[in-house]
Design a protein around this ligand. Structure first.
Ligand SMILES: Cc1cc2nc3c(=O)[nH]c(=O)nc-3n(C[C@H](O)[C@H](O)[C@H](O)COP(=O)(O)OP(=O)(O)OC[C@H]3O[C@@H](n4cnc5c(N)ncnc54)[C@H](O)[C@@H]3O)c2cc1C
Ligand SMILES: NC(=O)c1ccc[n+]([C@@H]2O[C@H](COP(=O)([O-])OP(=O)(O)OC[C@H]3O[C@@H](n4cnc5c(N)ncnc54)[C@H](O)[C@@H]3O)[C@@H](O)[C@H]2O)c1
Length: 457
């Protein structure tokens, strides 16, 4: 095996959303940049995450809306087919080839290196490439962006069965007849509802007491109700003790019953890719859950980290936000502002969508905030009633400071409705000021006014 050595300014190790942004921007600024990836340059989001899942959901929502027309405007016959959505996904992912990412990085002057990379001391990365060992020395430093892998729970019999993770389910071109999902987090609920709308018989097996366990309990409970009304079998607090595959079907042993399905999707969380990236060579603990970063995303000597591995929020927009901070730090910006996670927003793209920003009520109480909440039922608002939609708005406010510190907007396009409250949390707009706003009639966001009033602030 041969070995090569190259000196650059910056090495991006793992090219997810934030790493790709860093590599492109620093190369455009004239720096010598190498970007190392062992799989697809661009990471999970464009190939197996956000983009394909949202294309699937867009198609499934169109089916649901067409079915609603039956009650509202006349007879509509829906014959669902996954074909067009699968085709759009294939186009968007270039059939799971990363030319659009790696190629454009190379055009921007980035040297793309394929293979598993590891830190080998401050500013040094070694890559197992198909042609041998490649040693990269980064004079300014390394940006670590190695992301996550699906976690597979330790359930008897599960290992060795042909289960799917997000990486398989988003590549299919036909909806399975039946599917069980292990996990009722964002991946589980989004895919469960979408495939159910394409005709798949769906069972969600969630060990925790509710769906979307990290969000407000009211949202998880209402989502379970919505999914059940739609026909999804939602089992929360479920104890999955064993899985078998008989060559054709999966048999799940859940709470003493058997659930028999054609396909099984494991959506039970993610594990950070930190075990084999040489963290010990830079004085960091390879067994830690996350890489600790400061407000400039610095993680050690000549080392920055961005994305899911920082534990600041496992979303693409957080990775991109952090990537931009690294770009500014590398290019010598001394002004800031630096990282601020008070108003991190996120959206689960079910129907209705669950948008959230900042702290949940429980998190605010844990922080010792004198909490006051306001909750309002979207169905009682004018547009909620017109649309026969279900949803809610919950605001979590700091009584002492009179500002909103967190909020949930569950509604059709709830992720868009969230914008107003994201601004409120980010800019610390007093509740008293928000309550004097004009809320257009009859919008979904009028329900925010009701929730704000409920706080009594
Ligand atoms: C199904 C699904 C849907 C999602 N939907 C959304 C959504 O709608 N909105 C949203 O904001 N987020 C969503 N997410 C989360 C989002 O995908 C991630 O937060 C996002 O990809 C950011 O990840 P990252 O930057 O940490 O790196 P990743 O995208 O995880 O990329 C890490 C890269 O590092 C590479 N790598 C790892 N180790 C090494 C190594 N040792 N050597 C070389 N290369 C290595 C990997 O091959 C990979 O390319 C979704 C996730 C999933 C799974
Ligand atoms: N719209 C979005 O922004 C979006 C969409 C999908 C995924 N994501 C991100 O991707 C990441 C992964 O999503 P996820 O849904 O896999 O993770 P998650 O950790 O949020 O949820 C996993 C769920 O699986 C359950 N679980 C774990 N082991 C189980 C078992 N043995 N039996 C039954 N249930 C079990 C957990 O209780 C949990 O509710 C998340 O961090 C999420 O934020 C984001």
């Amino acid at each position: 095996m041969s070995s090569t050595h190259r000196v650059v300014d910056v090495v991006v190790l793992g090219v997810g959303s934030g790493g790709e942004h860093v590599a492109r921007k620093l190369a455009a600024a004239g720096l010598r940049v190498a970007a190392v990836d062992s799989r697809l340059v661009g990471g999970e989001c464009p190939f197996y995450g956000c983009t394909p899942s949202k294309l699937l959901i867009r198609a499934a929502d169109a089916l649901a809306e067409a079915r609603r027309a039956d009650d509202l405007g006349g007879r509509v016959e829906v014959r669902a087919s996954l074909g067009p959505a699968a085709q759009r996904i294939r186009e968007a992912t270039h059939d799971w080839h990363d030319d659009d990412h790696a190629g454009t990085l190379e055009e921007a002057g980035v040297r793309v290196v394929r293979g598993h990379g590891r830190l080998a001391g401050p500013g040094v990365v070694e890559v197992d490439t198909p042609g041998g060992l490649s040693r990269l020395t980064a004079t300014r430093g390394v940006v670590l962006n190695t992301g996550t892998e699906p976690t597979v729970p330790d359930v008897e019999g599960l290992a060795g069965t042909p289960y799917w993770t997000n990486r398989e389910v988003l590549t299919v071109s036909e909806a399975p007849a039946s599917l069980a999902l292990v996990g009722g987090g964002p991946i589980g609920v989004e895919i469960a509802q979408a495939l159910h709308r394409f005709g798949t018989e769906v069972t969600i097996v969630e060990a925790g007491p509710r769906l979307l366990g990290s969000e407000e309990p009211e949202a998880g409970d209402l989502l379970a109700q919505v999914l059940r009304e739609e026909g999804v079998d939602v089992r929360t607090g479920a104890d999955l003790t064993r899985v078998e595959h008989d060559g054709e079907r999966f048999h799940l042993h859940v709470d003493g019953e058997q659930v028999v399905v054609e396909r099984l999707l494991v959506a039970a969380g993610r594990a950070e890719n930190l075990g084999d990236v040489g963290l010990d060579t830079v004085g960091l603990d390879p067994a830690a859950d996350h890489v600790e970063v400061d407000e400039r995303m610095r993680a050690g000597e000549r080392l920055w980290a961005v994305g899911d591995i920082t534990g600041k929020g496992p979303w693409t927009h957080v990775s991109l936000y952090q990537g931009e901070l690294v770009v500014r730090d590398v290019l010598g910006d001394d002004e800031g502002p630096w990282a601020d996670y008070r108003a991190v927003s996120r959206v689960t793209f079910t129907d209705p969508e669950v948008g959230a920003v900042g702290l949940t009520e429980a998190q605010a109480r844990e922080q010792g905030i004198d909490v006051v909440v306001g909750t309002a039922d979207l169905a009682r608002g004018p547009r909620g009633w017109i649309h026969q939609a279900q949803g809610l708005v919950k605001v979590v406010a700091d009584r002492e400071r009179g500002v909103v510190v967190g909020a949930t907007t569950m509604a059709p396009y709830g992720g868009e409705v969230l914008g107003l409250l994201s601004t409120a949390v980010h800019a610390q707009v007093p509740v008293a000021v928000l309550r004097t706003m004009h809320f257009a009639y009859p919008t979904f966001h009028r329900t925010i006014e009701v929730a704000l009033k409920e706080t009594g602030l």
